[in-house]
Design a protein around this ligand. Sequence first.
Ligand SMILES: [Zn+2]
Length: 170
Amino acid sequence: MIKEGLSLTELKKILKKWQTNLLLKDWVLSIKIVEFRRKDFRQSGDIKVDLKNKKAIILLTNKPFKNEEKVIVHELSHLLLWEFDHFCEKIALKTNKPFEGDHDKYMGKLEETVSELTKILISSPVALRPTATFATGSRRAKPTINGTPNTFHGTHLLSWATRITKRRLL
Ligand SMILES: [Zn+2]
């Protein structure tokens, strides 16, 4: 199977960074590249969770069509909400068949919540922790500023730089 987009090594680095950023160090996380075969839906990722043993496998498509870091953060957001999600899902399934009525609505709302959370995480200072030592695609390396890691860009780079400058001026 040919993997388009980022290599498995690059993806593992991204996973490691987000595992640290999202305080999931006590989890054993891994990535598996797969060919999703659903005809009704173009799938970019999925996550298989073994809550008891704190193990999870992130499944990623071999033919990515979305930013793969966002897909990883999306799947990890599912993991953050896992227990809560399953508690709510069970309640919805008491009175509804899978993917019907309130269960269907719940699944829609879950995806909306996870997408919002992903957006926030990707653009928030948590993404700027010094563990970020890789550079890929749109996240190109920038010159090092006062010894901080060189992976920040755009507004993040500015806010980080401004903060450091301010601290030095005070
Ligand atoms: Zn999802």
